[in-house]
Ligand binder design. Structure first.
Ligand code: NAD
Length: 486
């Protein structure tokens, strides 16, 4: 480990952040955070108990009414100062994410920009919360519709985008006037812990944001979710966990936002600009080591160009460099052993079904959890990787002949987060927006994430939207009042 890395890690708080103070877990337990590129421990952080989780909710509940009454301009300015502080520390945050999650440093720098934009966007939205005012149809009274913060919110984030998944929830919640308890993923909690120091520096009052790190996600979360003081649950993670949390949330009638798994189709039509489609495919598949909910999961390529697409993409993929994210590589490690085992199984299943591995296809010997960037063609219709989230640097190709067949393939999944379409025919592009059943579409682009846009999915990919004008409404309650004319 370099001296810079050691110095950065020494500056990361390792406690629970509750009521504006750092504290140990109530039983003094810690959990180990490791570098997936080496398997070595980076830091040990507090491992919260269920009692610690409830203490965090106590703090959020105690701070709720003061924060809701804080002027929107003041709330917005705290977010804006946090944005500025993040820019000053951009290199530190990029390095920390690369260390704990494994992503290439250049991509981690990109996540600082993306994650920061939620702070800036919602600092601006905080002062634009408005309702409506009108007369009733009978002409006998006035209808006043106003917005109120929904109340204490529990925010659970995944490991794959340690900064952006946190700011995408924290910023709109704070802008709306909600206090929060944040539970980052146990594999990558360090970025959230360091981020909290920026909120403190920006002047955030005690108790508005509380952070609990724990290796017992279910045991610590369940009492928070069933507590009547909690009013909102926002989760980003896998569909099975989201389903469990929705069941738990139903007991307490919570508002919920669920950003869940994906199985994105990447459809290349015969009239596509192929060079552009290849560039888009590299981004949509290999960004974040393929570990993104928006990662292209199924490459559905018109039969007339499939061979050329496969040859050209294989050339690009075979040239990708693999190594520790800090070493200037294109592809870092997978998050853990389970991820490597899963990819190994998915490739074996595809090959058993008759597919051909054009490059890669194997795990790379450790230390660290690496998998060779892979291209597979000729997937059978029942290949597991067409149904399941791959979550790694494996690109599988199937072909189609008619537009109807391409659309049917794109929609043959329980998921509906994002779809990518490459075509130069404007009318066809518009048809695809209507026909492909997803919450988001990339038209001739391999990346769609943007703080100013409503991010989210349909079907088993979730409910609710984050970012854009919609993002803040997830944390606002609508209140209607009738005022009779006389
Ligand atoms: P995960 O579902 O295993 O975990 C997500 C979070 O939930 C973690 O903080 C984990 O500790 C917590 N958790 C797990 N079980 C829990 C329980 N019973 N109660 C409370 N909390 C619990 O997902 P992951 O492996 O961290 O992330 C990868 C998944 O996230 C993929 O499916 C990916 O598609 C999805 N994801 C979706 C989006 C989106 O915006 N739609 C964004 C990023 C990732």
């Amino acid at each position: 480990m370099s001296l810079d890395e050691r110095a950065l890690l020494a500056s990361v708080p390792t406690g629970l952040f509750i009521g504006g103070e750092w504290r140990l877990a109530s039983d003094n337990a810690t959990l180990s955070v490791v570098d997936p590129a080496t398997g070595n421990e980076l830091l040990a952080v507090a491992d919260a108990t269920p009692a610690d989780g409830l203490a965090a909710l106590d703090a959020a509940a105690a701070a709720a009414s003061d924060w809701a009454a804080t002027a929107p301009r003041v709330r917005g300015e705290i977010l804006r100062r946090t944005f500025d502080l993040l820019q000053e520390r951009a290199d530190d945050f990029a390095l920390l994410m690369s260390l704990e999650m494994g992503k290439p440093l250049a991509e981690a720098r990109g996540e600082v920009t993306y994650g920061g934009e939620f702070l800036r966007w919602f600092s601006e939205e905080a002062v634009r919360i408005s309702g409506s005012f009108g007369s009733n149809p009978e002409g006998t009274g006035t209808i006043v519709v106003s917005k109120r913060p929904v109340g204490p919110s529990f925010l659970i984030t995944p490991w794959n985008f340690p900064l952006a998944m946190a700011t995408r929830k924290i910023a709109p919640a704070l802008a709306a006037g909600c206090t929060v308890v944040v539970k980052p993923a146990e594999l990558t909690p360090l970025t959230t812990l360091l981020f909290v120091t920026l909120l403190q520096q920006a002047g955030l009052p005690a108790g508005v944001v509380n952070v609990i790190t724990t290796s017992s996600a279910r045991e610590v979360s369940a009492p928070i979710i069933s507590d009547p003081r909690l009013r909102k649950l926002s989760f980003t993670g896998s569909t099975p966990v989201g389903r469990t949390l929705l069941t738990q949330a139903s007991e307490n009638i919570l508002r919920t936002s669920m950003e869940l798994g994906g199985n994105a189709p990447f459809v290349v039509f015969e009239d596509a600009d192929l060079a552009r489609a290849i560039d888009g495919a590299m981004l949509a598949k290999f960004r974040n080591i393929g570990q993104a909910c928006t990662a292209a999961n199924r490459f559905i390529v018109h039969e007339s160009i499939a061979n050329e697409f496969a040859t050209r993409i294989t050339e690009r993929v075979a040239a990708l460099t693999v190594g520790r994210g800090t070493d200037g590589v294109d592809i870092g490690p997978l998050i853990d052993d389970r991820a490597v085992a899963n990819l190994t199984e998915l490739v074996a299943d595809a090959v058993a079904g008759g597919a051909t591995v054009l490059t890669g296809g194997v795990a790379i010997d450790g230390p660290g959890t690496f998998f060779a960037p892979t291209v597979i063609s000729g997937l059978a219709a029942d290949a597991r990787m067409l149904r399941e989230e791959i979550f790694g640097p494996v690109l599988g190709i199937v072909t189609f002949s008619t537009e109807e067949e391409g659309v049917a393939l794109a929609n043959s999944t329980e998921y509906g987060l994002v779809g990518y379409v490459f075509t130069q025919d404007l009318a066809r592009a518009h048809r695809m927006i209507d026909l492909i059943d997803t919450g988001m579409m990339g038209i001739n682009t391999g990346i769609v994430s943007n703080a100013a846009a409503p991010f989210g999915g349909v079907k088993q990919s979730g409910v609710g939207r984050e970012g854009g004008a919609e993002g803040i409404s997830e944390y606002l309650e609508t209140k209607y009042s009738l005022i009779p004319a006389s």
